[in-house]
Design a protein around this ligand. Structure first.
Ligand code: COA
Ligand code: AMP
Length: 630
């Protein structure tokens, strides 16, 4: 059955479709019903089933003939090491970590924060939580202590699992001081921390609170898989919203098992036993779905890559890994390919390796610009598939179902909606738009299994963020259009979220940091175009009356504050001091217009602008730093 028939099949009977897909999962108690309508726009999937996520990702493969197959390859060009862990070894290792958690009082439903770099133990920590029904929340290592503290207070973890350090190409990132500072800043305190000491930089452990990763497992009984309800939260993953408070996206266990397993063949076109590689980080949704759970549930080998596309040691790293480990499908962000292309425009590094195992390159996380797609198509000689999704959905909304039926690629489009998603383009009044018309992209409820049922402890915010603008729909926050062939095009965000090197960041969160600077009276942060990272944040600050310190001092402090409060990953490096910000008569800052001016694009004078002259001032300021080119 091809794509169109499969999609129709789902549309005609979603209940039967998903119950059928559920047969690929090993249940402790099989679901009798797929969707549960909780009323008021809330839905759950497979809620009457009992299941264990870790069993499906690990144990069942050991029992079904894959015990000796490599489950995880850790490849770290930064340390120059490689480690291979079979499914049987993974089972032993995960059961030991889970045993240590249990021995220290973690039980089903308790939250556990994981703050770790790209080491296999990060996946083992996630799976150990799943094994005992604890709810993990992985926090990206590039976030600063304050961001970690906010997450500690929101999900109130019983334990935090961390490593002594992470390794960036140019420096060792000491995690322990960040962890200590976060715990100090947070109102909630975890019962204990379990720390993986890395040889590159071990840390001191705090007696009474910190346990050594390995010592904590010594002499402890390995934990068995604990069955949980289908709607038991597998994890909480925080993502950026419009304000400084991140949104805790909840993922229920059963839905994500069913949906992720479906995607591995139908989208990523891998069979059990194949090597699948997502070059992302476990701190992002791509890492959750496609470094950890998806490939392992499906019986694939997954690669944990501790390195960068370039500089570790060169622009050939990706291709070396594909050759050495026989990677069949490779997933990364367009920004990573742009980085490689910039360093190796002629693809000379690619020619050094035999990448004939590769069958497709998958791009997501930000817009895949045509230059990058064409370059990759030509240089790699394999199809390049853009696909569009979000932390909230956990898997592809629109993509090219290469394993089901590879559809013709249209550059600039992530292709078509996947079964489960009824994607519509709506105007401001919520009316569906015809082909070729721009509008807000919304998905008719219910969303499919594996997508967010709510936000952690914030059902009201969930409704306000996603369900109220267009009743009966989930609002994606993206704008775009659908063409005559049903192909979707993603044009822009409709909110203040920006995308920096495939990382989703909130300009609102950065504004909150800048506003706290004692000399700043008012500020705005926008995302300007960046040739490498897609977008880069840029801050505008208006100083309080009477401040007459050098502007360069103040802007340097602003940059440092964002780095300290949000983290280096925000890549906040540009700040301008201006006298006034352009606003509507009702006081709303005209950020979208500022973006257009900075990028040198034509813009329509907003009808509601208070004082158009301010736009000229902004343009002049931008021109002093090489932006707003005519
Ligand atoms: N822990 C601590 N710090 C981190 C970090 C981590 N896990 N990840 C990134 N950082 C830091 C970097 O060291 C850098 O700090 P610096 O300002 O001191 O140099 C900063 O955060 C920005 O990092 P990064 O976004 O990696 O930018 P870069 O300029 O070092 O590299 C790219 C540019 C394009 C190579 C890089 O952004 C990249 O690999 N992008 C792919 C992103 C990706 O896979 N996203 C997945 C989402 S699907
Ligand atoms: P995240 O939740 O971090 O995965 O970010 C999701 C957002 O990234 C989406 O809402 C889009 O704005 C953007 N995005 C992700 N994938 C794509 C894509 N293939 N094309 C365009 N934008 C994308």
């Amino acid at each position: 059955m091809g794509y169109h028939d499969t999609y129709k099949n789902w549309q005609e009977n979603p209940e039967a479709y998903w119950l059928d897909q559920a047969k690929t999962i090993d249940w402790d108690q099989a679901p009798t019903q797929a969707m549960f309508d909780k009323g008021n726009g809330l839905y759950e999937w497979f809620a009457d089933a009992k299941v264990n996520g870790c069993y499906n990702a690990v144990d069942r493969h050991v029992e079904n003939g894959r015990a000796d197959q490599v489950a995880i390859i850790h490849d770290s060009p930064i340390t120059g090491t490689q480690t291979k862990i079979t499914f049987a070894e993974l089972q032993t290792r995960v059961a030991a970590v889970a045993g240590a958690l249990q021995a220290n009082g973690v039980t089903k439903g308790d939250r556990v924060i994981i703050y770790m770099p790209m080491v296999p133990e990060a996946l083992e920590a996630m799976l150990a939580c799943a094994r005992i029904g604890a709810v993990h929340s992985v926090v990206f290592g590039g976030f600063a202590a304050h961001e970690l503290a906010v997450r500690i207070d929101d999900c109130t973890p019983k334990a935090i699992l961390a490593a002594s350090c992470g390794l960036e190409p140019n420096r060792i990132v000491q995690y322990k001081p960040l962890l200590d500072s976060a715990i100090e800043q947070a109102d909630h305190k975890p019962d204990f921390c379990m720390i993986l000491q890395r040889d590159q930089s071990p840390c001191d452990l705090l007696p009474g609170r910190d346990l050594d990763w390995h010592a904590a497992q010594d002499g402890v009984a390995p934990a068995d898989c604990v069955p949980v309800d289908g709607n038991h939260p597998a994890y909480i993953l925080y993502t950026s919203g419009t304000t400084g408070a991140p949104k805790g996206v909840v993922r229920h266990t059963a839905g994500h098992l069913v949906a992720l397993n479906w995607t591995m063949k139908n989208i990523y076109n891998v069979d059990p036993g194949d090597v699948f590689w997502a070059a992302s980080d476990v701190g992002w949704v791509v890492g959750h779905s496609y470094i950890c759970y998806g490939p392992l549930i499906h019986g694939n080998t997954t690669i944990v890559f501790e390195g960068k596309p370039v500089g570790t040691p060169d622009a050939g790293t990706f291709w070396r890994i594909i050759e050495e480990h026989n990677v069949r499908s490779f997933f990364t962000a367009p920004t990573a390919i742009r980085a490689v292309k910039r360093e190796d425009p002629d693809g000379l590094e690619i020619a050094k390796y035999d990448i004939s195992s590769l069958r497709g390159l998958y791009l997501a996380g930000e817009r895949a610009d045509p230059d990058t797609v064409v370059w990759a198509q030509e240089k790699l000689g394999v199809p390049v598939y853009d696909h569009w999704w979000q932390t909230e959905t956990g898997f592809t909304i629109a993509g090219n179902p290469a394993g089901l039926e590879a559809l013709p690629v249209k550059i600039g489009s992530p292709t078509v909606p996947m079964p489960g998603y009824d994607v519509q383009i709506l105007d401001e009044a919520g009316h569906a738009q015809p082909a070729g018309t721009l509008g807000s992209i919304a998905i008719k409820l219910p969303l499919p299994p594996g997508t967010l049922p709510t936000l952690w402890n914030a059902e009201d915010r969930f409704r306000k963020s996603y369900l109220t603008t267009y009743p009966g729909y989930y609002e994606t926050g993206d704008a775009g259009m659908i063409d005559e062939d049903g192909y979707l095009y993603i044009m822009a965000r409709t909110d203040d979220v920006i995308n920096v090197a495939g990382h989703r960041l909130s300009t609102g969160a950065m504004e909150e940091v800048l506003a706290a600077h004692p000399d700043v009276a008012e500020c705005a942060v926008i995302g300007v175009s960046d040739a490498l990272k897609g977008q880069a944040p840029m801050g505008f600050v208006c100083l309080s009356k009477g401040v007459n310190r050098p502007h360069s001092e103040i802007t340097a402090e602003c940059v440092q504050m964002v780095r300290d409060q949000i983290g280096p990953v925000a890549a906040f490096k540009l700040t301008l001091v201006v006298d006034r910000l352009p606003k509507t008569r009702s006081g709303k800052i005209l950020r979208a217009t500022m973006v257009k001016i900075a990028d040198g694009e034509a813009f329509k004078m907003p009808a509601t602008i208070d004082d158009p002259a301010i736009l000229d001032e902004i343009k002049a300021a931008l021109q002093t730093i090489g932006y707003a080119k005519e």
